[in-house]
Design a protein around this ligand. Structure first.
Ligand code: 0O2
Length: 217
């Protein structure tokens, strides 16, 4: 790669970094506003990452595409990635609705692996969005992948990711089955937590207590 190409890749990655900053700010505003008006934060935490140049090259090659900046922007849609971790499944869909309804956010793809988990048990709600970033000379529209999931789903996915990297496609059947069984438990755990939260809220409203603690919404 010559100096000119290195500069072009660096400029491209900078645009993705700005897009991540935009999305992070949007999520912070939503969370802080809800904290202010409802005393409740649907978002536990947010992680962002830019795919490394090696990761982009590897994905292009895996897809059988020539390694170029143009192909990277056209075909790799998770160069900028945001992971939003919520307490409850209801929060995941609430944050999803809030993102979708922002005027400058264009949702170009959705994959609901919560309602339809992957065969290995993986659960998350994935969105590919396009948002504008305003530069000194022009406006660019940049794609960002947003993964929304609960704390429990994140726990499972992190562990599964590590295990997958040890075995790749040669994961022993017993481990695959155990992972699927634990994913089913995660699904049940999330449902029980949701019921528990509803129970707590019903109890709190029945005693009409004005609590200083944040509500479980
Ligand atoms: P990394 O290292 O997290 O970036 P595409 O990205 O469209 O070419 P695909 O499979 O159609 O590929 O996209 P999908 O299903 O939306 O998944 C993309 C990302 O979701 C993955 O990115 C993972 O982060 C996560 N993911 C998907 N399936 C699984 C899974 O079974 N287990 C875990 N732990 N994570 C998963 P990358 O680029 O594969 O990896």
């Amino acid at each position: 790669m010559d100096k000119q190409q290195v500069m072009e890749w660096a400029k491209m990655l900078m645009s993705y970094k700005f897009a991540l900053d935009e999305v992070s700010t949007k999520l912070t505003i939503l969370n802080e506003e809800l904290q202010f008006i409802q005393n409740y934060n649907p978002i536990e935490h947010v992680k962002t990452r830019i795919k490394s140049p090696e990761g982009i090259v590897e994905k292009l090659q895996r897809k059988g595409l020539e390694v170029s900046k143009e192909n990277a922007t056209a075909y790799i849609r998770d160069i900028a990635g945001v992971r939003v971790i919520c307490s409850f499944t209801t929060d995941v869909y609430r944050v999803y609705e809030m993102i979708r309804s922002q005027g400058d956010v264009e949702v170009i793809e959705e994959k609901d692996y919560i309602r339809n988990p992957k065969p290995n048990g993986y659960q998350s709600l994935h969105l590919i969005i396009r948002i504008p970033i305003f530069l000194s000379q022009r406006t660019e529209h940049v794609t960002v992948e947003i993964q929304l999931r609960t704390i429990a789903m994140d726990f499972w996915a992190s562990l599964e990711h590590k295990i997958y990297y040890q075995f790749h496609d040669d994961m022993p059947l017993s481990i695959r089955e155990e992972l699927k069984a634990t994913a089913d438990m995660i699904g049940m755990l999330d449902q029980r937590m949701l019921r528990l939260k509803d129970e707590v809220n019903k109890f709190s409203s029945s005693i009409g207590e004005i609590s200083k603690e944040p509500a479980l919404q």
